[in-house]
Design a protein around this ligand. Sequence first.
Ligand code: WTA
Length: 647
Amino acid sequence: MNELQKLYPVKEQAKAITHIDSETYEKLYQQSIDQPEQFWAEQAEKFIDWVKPWDEVTSVDYKKAEISWFKGAQLNVSYNCIDRHLATKANETAIIFEGDEPTDDTRISYQELHDNVCRMANLLKDRGVKKGDNVCIYMPMIPEVGYAMLACARIGAVHSVVFGGFSTESIKARVLDADCQVVITADASVRGGRHIPLKANVDAAVADCKDVHTVVMVERTGASVNWNNERDVNYNQVIDTYPAICQPEIMDAEDPLFILYTSGSTGKPKGVLHTCGGYILYAAMTHKYVFDYQEGEVYWCTADAGWITGHSYIFYGPLANGATTLVFEGVPTYPDAGRFWQVCEKHKVNIFYTAPTAIRALMSLGDELVEKYDRSSIRLLGTVGEPINPEAWHWYYEIVGQSRCSVVDTWWQTETGGILITSLPGAVDMKPGAAGKPFFGVKPAILSKEGELLEGKTRGRLVMTGSWPGQMRTVYGDHQRFYDTYFSQYPGNYFTGDGAKRDEDDFYWITGRIDDVLNVSGHRLGTAEIESALVLHPAIAEAAVVGYPHEIKGQGIYCYITLMCSSHESDELIPELQEFVAKELGRFAKPDYIQYAPGLPKTRSGKIMRRILRKIAENELENLGDTSTLADPSVVEHLIENRIIHE
Ligand code: WTA
């Protein structure tokens, strides 16, 4: 096969066990659009156990950014993820834990999950946590992160998980923004043999948070930590003293379930708020259909609990469906780059879900480490986080999946709670690089920049013209910001921030963010956040940050900085600044390149012309676009001359 043929779309229909073929998909999809209330009521009855049914299926007003689903209904999410499975699955595996070291694994049954979650819930109650309180979770990828999330859900507390790669400053900002009084953490995390002192990070973060009265610490490594007798609780020492029974709190469908901070194009990260009823229904239903999940199968999503993918597709969706979900503590390249496939062989993984950045990184290391392991248990492969390039798609399909597994692309966002556009296996053809078609009940549209609705084969900005149950309900503490960010640009629509094209077969292809949000190795980052971190350094007067295409990471981080005094330019300053940002935000936000910029290209009104900075970072100089509005054109020449050409 030559290279070109290799890139030619695999227009073969994906394989699935659930019998939704393309005709059924079209029919069901149409029904979900024509009679949404009936459709969602049926799904809600099928997927979720309710204490009390709803008065109204949905009520949505995008003009006020007011959204509700299943109003009046009552349920408990942890009951739906655990208790209701006990009658038939008490001894079946809920969680397979695979530690950082390949010799370290355990299986946790549904009964054990129940007992552990109840004990943790009782511990939280004992420390004064009540329904409606916000609890921060900063944990490694160990089963206890799931216990903590579900314990909150059980007692009606609202969790805010902070990714374990975030720094002290980021934890502090999130603890303060959500007024968390309790933080759950571990002594340290281990990833790829590297230890990260989580407890010490929390200690430093909460030193200035006077309302934090409790820090619960799970022992993971036995690392020595500082201890505050009044505030700190050692989970391992006390947990067995708590009863393994805790009555689930009855929650309204629209009560908050969790807050998860995510980056936007401006300002501080936003606290995306999801509620109980709609979210759990949407997570469960998409997990079932998109991954074609069948009873007894082993399902593995490699995300981290600190991101939405970990929330919806490691814990909530799979557990609501009574699945066996694998929780992996490590990294794809430790002890070597065959780890993913070794784990698939060991635990007989049937469904495997990861990100293009991981696929590209492993692809570049050759096929041998894949072929060494038996992958015959795998029947479905998923991808999420960014558009997958056709080369990576083909490698995933042909080498990892031996050309016999479906590859499902899944497009969604922290804000959407679950998958909105996907190549539903068995129903939607696989086209490498295309996200696919809308999930049931989802109404995508493409608009021009000016907001005109574009029909047929086209390209523009991706919006949703209606709501779906998993949609976020507000930005925590700032409803106006919710409206401004998502509903003000194109009235009557939810604006995704992504560009997209639709092809002749009505497939959606995501072309990437059209705002100042970066996607670095699947981690979402605002350029504004990196700029704010840079200008905290005393040497820097001004900074502008843009993304550029990066072969493995999807996007890399390129910074332009203006110093307080240009005589401070030095070779040592650049690595110092890279470390400075890593410390402020987290290692994943460490800039790839930093260029000195005595001046930044600005309009006469002082606005930085990022478009030009992006082109220079991409080394695409032929097409800088309109530069006539530049206040000082010589600035651009200087930047071009001194640009950093990446390897
Ligand atoms: C991007 C992650 C193309 C997109 C679940 C979106 C994707 C942002 C895909 C959300 C995909 C996610 N194809 N692009 N399959 N999945 N994206 O909030 O730009 O971390 O807006 O949620 O990731 O990132 P977030």
